[in-house]
Structure formats: structure tokens, C-alpha cells
Design a protein around this ligand. Structure first.
Ligand code: NDP
Length: 485
């Protein structure tokens, strides 16, 4: 098998296997070929990982931030040096085109390690002067053992986005990738170890939801960070609440993109492509409800379809000429095809695509629906595939109200050349991550996360530090202590 890792789990600085765990087959989505077979973590493996993380955390936290940061930055350099092989692994794991993974996955993970590695030395508390010469200070402390649980669309990036701020703050982590994409987190753990991370600080265990569930409820765990769907988020948040654990929830979305008639239409089309067809549409922040001002709707759809016809190249994602890959799995393909059928049944019109591609692998054609109304299933539910819905609107107020009429609040975008309008519209959006004349960029310096059902907390940026540390407050009495009796 061409992507078989050394073993299923990485614990305490080494690969660990326990074949008693149920088999997990890793399938190359472009062909259906099994490229690796791993085993789900047994209770013994889960115990080993949690014990290792618990034992390693105090010494890691006791290092200076600069020392911790040095390890993370060294790992970032190693990841960059290994970008091609990591990208090929990510492509085999997910089916995403190598053309994408070469620039978006390991590189984004390296950015996070470098950024939080750089911040680690400056994570401090504050001095608070008080009346009468008394004063207080705060100590920024690590939370302890954190659990990271990942989705399958950006496995390398998700592992690094969670590990980087957690480790910078002095926490340890047990990370469980999605069972669909188990490979790349193992290599990230190995690189961190080679970069000098002490054994046990970052551990990877494989498994399905039940393994994730068993990690969350363990008494040694202080925090859970999940990237996944809203239904899973509800379960994980509820389980974490039992032990009053900290959470970060990066969940699903059904984000709007509003295109006004004065927008640069080519830029807007590029935004719609980035926000619907990159990674074959398997991106949580995608702007899948594209509201286009009525007077430019036809021109917008015509240019979009023209660009898709000219630019979409399907094929083996390991071929760098390929621009559009398969769905991550057969199951995800069936979900997406089900939504397309439902869209057609509810009266939406297919302007482009609309079916499974006639080739091996789990390919779905990039699909554009017109004639979509707000109440249709395809306009309300997250599809997580290459399906774009075009809706038209007449006024700014209407576009804002309809954009916000959703339970989700992950992202939102606006295209216009009127900057006063752009800022007014993003102020009114009920979403955590907004874009003006761009879409889906996620630089590490910028907070990323959702409001409403799309999540709790933020990843990336200085803000993530608040989600992986807590403040201890110390009151210092300098004078007499007055008591009532
Ligand atoms: P799921 O919610 O199905 O799974 C997410 C992770 O949680 C997986 O590792 C899964 O394991 C695990 N899991 C499932 N049930 C439990 C449980 N009861 N307790 C603990 N862990 C559990 O999401 P997908 O993997 O299908 O990913 C797609 C979803 O992720 C979409 O909704 C998407 O929007 C969201 N997402 C959000 C992002 C964000 O940053 N906001 C970014 C990327 C994706 P297993 O895989 O074995 O089921």
C-alpha cells in the first residue's frame, strides 16, 4: 500500500500499533484504491496517549516561551523543506489536487507553527496598580492536556492550527484526525518530535467518533478543540460541559456572498470560484449562497460558467495540471449528489454541472444552480461539496436580511466598489469571518471562526492564545489588612 504509515498512532515520541483496534482503510478518492490500513485506538491506546500527555505537560510548560517557540519554528522550517512530500501525502489522504495542497496545506500549517512559535516568548500577564499601594498581577497559565479533533477536509492544517497555539502556551495535546484522513497528522507529530518537541507533548490517536468521545470525558483533559459539523459540535460541547472544560468549536456554515451591481464582476466571479469550488467545495467557510444584484445576475452567471468550462481540469489529483479533485469519499459524494437531486426536485435550475463525473473516483461536477429561493434545502443546509446557488436581490437591506436568515454564522462576503457600503454591510453581517472584495483567505494573522451555530472561540491570530491559556490573578497587599472585627 503506497501510503502506509509506520504505525497507526504516535504516542510519547514514537509510533505505536495495536492491531486489536478495528481496521480503518484509507482510500484514495480519485481511484477507490486502498492506500493504507490503520487501526482504531483501543482503550489501552487512548490511556497511553492521555497518560503521556499528562506526564509531559508540566515540564513543557516550565520551559521559557522562547524555548517552546524555538521548537515550533524549527518544525515550521522542516515542514516547508518537506512541502512536496507532505503535499503528496495530503493529496493521497484527501483527494485534493496537488496544485492546491502544494500551496495551501503544509504551508498553512508551517505558518501557524511559525506565528505561534514567534508569539510564545511574549505571552505574559499584566501588572495592575491598586489604591493604597496594593497591586495585583496576572499569570498566564497553560490549561493542561488539550484534545484536538479534526475534520477531513484540511487534515494537516487543522492539526497545526490546533497544535500551534496549544503548544505555544505550554499545553500538551492528544489529536484525533478524522478516520477518513488519518495520515498527515502522524507525519506532523513525527516532524515535531524531530524538531525537538519533548516526548508526549503532541500525540496522535486514530479512531471514529467513539474514540473522540472517550478522550473528551477523561478527567485529565482540560480543553477540547473540534473542527467538525454542527451535530458533532453539539455532542462534543455537551460532553465537555460535564467537566466544565474549555472548548473551541469550528463548525459548519452556509455562508452568503453578496455581489452588488457596481462590483468588479471578474473579481466577484473569482471570489465565487474560491468560495465554492476550491477543494471541490469541501470548505467550511464557503460562500454557497451567492446573492447577485438582479441587474448583473445574468452577466455574472455567464462569466462564472465560462470560467468553469475553461478552467476545471479533472483527473488524478497527483497530476499538477489537475485543478479539480474528487469528493473525499464515496459517502460524501452520495451526500452531495443527494442535495443536487433535491435542488432539482425543488425547482432550482442547473446552469452548469449537476451530476457525477463520468470517470473513476468520487468526482462530482462543479455545479451552479440558478432560480434558487431562500426556502430551498440547497439554500438552507450545508452541502460540503461543489454546489453554488445563485439568488438575486434588489436592495442592500434585503440582501443583508436574507444573508443573515440562517442558523449558521461562519463567514460572509461582499463585493462592491462602494467602500462605505462594504463596511456597512460587513458590520451588519452575523458572521465571525467577513470578506470585502475577496473570499476564503485565511492568513494565520487573522482570527478565524464562527458565530451562531457555526462555533465558539477563534483559531489563529493573537486571539487564539486566549483560547489555550487562562489567567491566574494575584492580589498583593502592601499595607495593613483592615477587618471589621
Ligand atoms: P464530523 O462532525 O462528522 O466529524 C468531525 C470529527 O469529530 C471527526 O474526527 C469525527 O470522527 C469526530 N467525531 C464524530 N462524532 C464524535 C463524538 N461524538 N465525539 C467526539 N468526536 C466525534 O465532520 P466531518 O469530518 O464530516 O467534517 C465536515 C464538517 O466539518 C463540516 O460541517 C464542516 O463545515 C466542518 N468544518 C468546519 C471548519 C471550521 O473551521 N469551522 C473547517 C473544516 C470543516 P469520524 O471522522 O471518525 O466520524
Amino acid at each position: 500500500m503506497r501510503a502506509q504509515p509506520k504505525a497507526s498512532h504516535f504516542i510519547n515520541g514514537r509510533y505505536v500499533e495495536d492491531t486489536a483496534g478495528a481496521a480503518i482503510d484509507c482510500v484514495y478518492a480519485a481511484s477507490g484504491e486502498v492506500i493504507a490500513r490503520l487501526h482504531e485506538a483501543t482503550d489501552a491506546i487512548v490511556e497511553e496517549a492521555l497518560a503521556a500527555a499528562k506526564a509531559a505537560q508540566p515540564a513543557w510548560a516550565a520551559l521559557s516561551g522562547t524555548e517552546r517557540g524555538r521548537v515550533l519554528r524549527r518544525a515550521a522550517d522542516m515542514i516547508r523543506a518537506e512541502n512536496r512530500s507532505l503535499s503528496e501525502l495530503e493529496t493521497m489522504d484527501t483527494g485534493k489536487p496537488l496544485q492546491e495542497t502544494l500551496v495551501a496545506d503544509a504551508t498553512s500549517g508551517a505558518d501557524a507553527l511559525e506565528y505561534f512559535g514567534g508569539l510564545a516568548g511574549s505571552l505574559t500577564g499584566e501588572h495592575i496598580p491598586l489604591p493604597g499601594g496594593d497591586w495585583a498581577y496576572t499569570i498566564r497559565e497553560a490549561l493542561g492536556v488539550c484534545v484536538g479533533i479534526g475534520a477531513w477536509n484540511y487534515p494537516t492544517q487543522i492539526a497545526c492550527w490546533k497544535a500551534s497555539p496549544a503548544l505555544a502556551c505550554g499545553n500538551s495535546m492528544v489529536f484525533k484526525p478524522s478516520e477518513t484522513t488519518p495520515l498527515s497528522a502522524l507525519r506532523i507529530a513525527e516532524i515535531l518530535s524531530e524538531a525537538g518537541l519533548p516526548d508526549g507533548v503532541f500525540n496522535v490517536v486514530q479512531g471514529r467518533g467513539a474514540v473522540g468521545a472517550s478522550l473528551i470525558t477523561d478527567a485529565r483533559v482540560a480543553k477540547v478543540s473540534l473542527t467538525g459539523s454542527v451535530p458533532t459540535g453539539r455532542k462534543v460541547y455537551a460532553a465537555a460541559a460535564e467537566g466544565m472544560r474549555h472548548v473551541t468549536m469550528e463548525l459548519g456554515g452556509k455562508s452568503p456572498m453578496v455581489i452588488f451591481a457596481d462590483a468588479d464582476l471578474d473579481k466577484a466571479v473569482s471570489g465565487a470560484i474560491l468560495g465554492n469550488f476550491y477543494s471541490s467545495g469541501q470548505v467550511c467557510s464557503n460562500g454557497t449562497r451567492v446573492y447577485v444584484e438582479r441587474s448583473v445576475r445574468e452577466a455574472f452567471v455567464a462569466r462564472l460558467v465560462e470560467r468553469l468550462k475553461a478552467g476545471v481540469v479533472m483527473g488524478d489529483p497527483l497530476d499538477e495540471a489537475v485543478t479539480f479533485g474528487p469528493m473525499v469519499s464515496e459517502a460524501q459524494m452520495e451526500i452531495v449528489l443527494g442535495y443536487i437531486s433535491q435542488g432539482i426536485a425543488e425547482g432550482a435550475v442547473v446552469a452548469h454541472g449537476g451530476k457525477r463525473a463520468d470517470r473513476d473516483g468520487f468526482f462530482v461536477e462543479p455545479t451552479v444552480f440558478t432560480g434558487v429561493t431562500d426556502d430551498m434545502t440547497i439554500a438552507r443546509e450545508e452541502i460540503f461539496g461543489p454546489v453554488l446557488s445563485v439568488l438575486d436581490f434588489d436592495t442592500e437591506e434585503e440582501a443583508i436580511a436574507r444573508s443573515n436568515d440562517t442558523v449558521f454564522g461562519l463567514a460572509a462576503g461582499v463585493f462592491t466598489q462602494d467602500f462605505a457600503r462594504a463596511h456597512r454591510v460587513v458590520k451588519a453581517f452575523e458572521a465571525g469571518t467577513c470578506y470585502i472584495n475577496h473570499y476564503n483567505a485565511a492568513p494565520v494573522e487573522m482570527p478565524f471562526g464562527g458565530s451562531k451555530l457555526s462555533g465558539v472561540g477563534r483559531e489563529n491570530s493573537k486571539g487564539a492564545i486566549e483560547n489555550y491559556s487562562e489567567m491566574k490573578a494575584v492580589y498583593v497587599g502592601m499595607g495593613d489588612v483592615e477587618a471589621p472585627f
